[in-house]
Design a protein. Structure first.
Length: 216
């Protein structure tokens, strides 16, 4: 299984985002956290910024929406050219219709589940999604500690994906470091989101360390 590294620019220097994107050019994706101050208490980026990031990024955008009314907003973020748009299961009235709209606008469609949200309903409609994001912290802020209690959910998702034969990625986000990455990968993750673990030092070195840890 090839593990993809998706550094989160939530931990980057917001005054120099284009420079920061090029500092992580040897990753696989760039994770863009969009927060509205309502679904989560934090507030980050919006559509115009994401559109501009797409124009200058050397990597495909892995957009993660933590916003209310995902049914409305997820398809609009797909229009920016993002490679993948993830919306929160808890914020979507009709996750399947929203995923179809995201795909219809040219992006991979993904659904995210909080630590306390059951993943099983989304495993029953796996063919509607290109990725499932298992949050390993409560969404809203970077720098939190990895919650090992989310691993049974990830293991169940891996079993379902493998049994289906579908090309559905499993992403983890929250507290991912060179120390916690092996646990997540062993259970079934194939996309690792890391913010402070990458931007807290020399990004290229940190990305290499994550790849080495994932290989263990």
């Amino acid at each position: 299984m090839s593990v993809r590294i998706s550094p989160s620019i939530l931990s980057a220097d917001f005054a120099n985002l284009e420079r920061e994107l090029h500092r992580i050019a040897d990753a696989d994706l760039v994770h863009v956290d969009v927060m509205d101050g309502h679904f989560v208490p934090n507030l980050t980026l919006g559509l115009p910024v994401v559109q501009r990031l797409h124009e200058v990024s050397p990597l495909p955008l892995d957009v993660h929406l933590m916003v209310e009314d995902a049914d409305r907003w997820a398809p609009r973020y797909a229009e920016t050219g993002a490679a993948s748009v993830t919306f929160s299961a808890e914020a979507a009235a009709d996750p399947v219709a929203t995923a179809r709209a995201v795909r219809g606008n040219g992006s991979r469609a993904a659904v995210a589940v909080k630590p306390g949200t059951d993943v099983e309903p989304y495993l029953r409609t796996l063919d509607e999604f290109d990725m499932i994001l298992v949050m390993t912290v409560e969404p809203g802020f970077g720098g939190q500690s990895f919650q090992a209690g989310t691993m049974p959910k990830l293991r169940r998702a891996r079993e379902a994906v493998d049994a289906s034969g579908l090309d559905v990625w499993l992403e983890v986000d929250g507290g991912i470091t060179a120390e916690t990455a092996p646990t997540a990968v062993a259970v079934g993750a194939d996309v690792l989101v890391a913010g402070s673990a990458v931007f807290g030092g020399e990004p290229a070195e940190r990305i290499a360390a994550l790849r080495a840890a994932a290989a263990r």
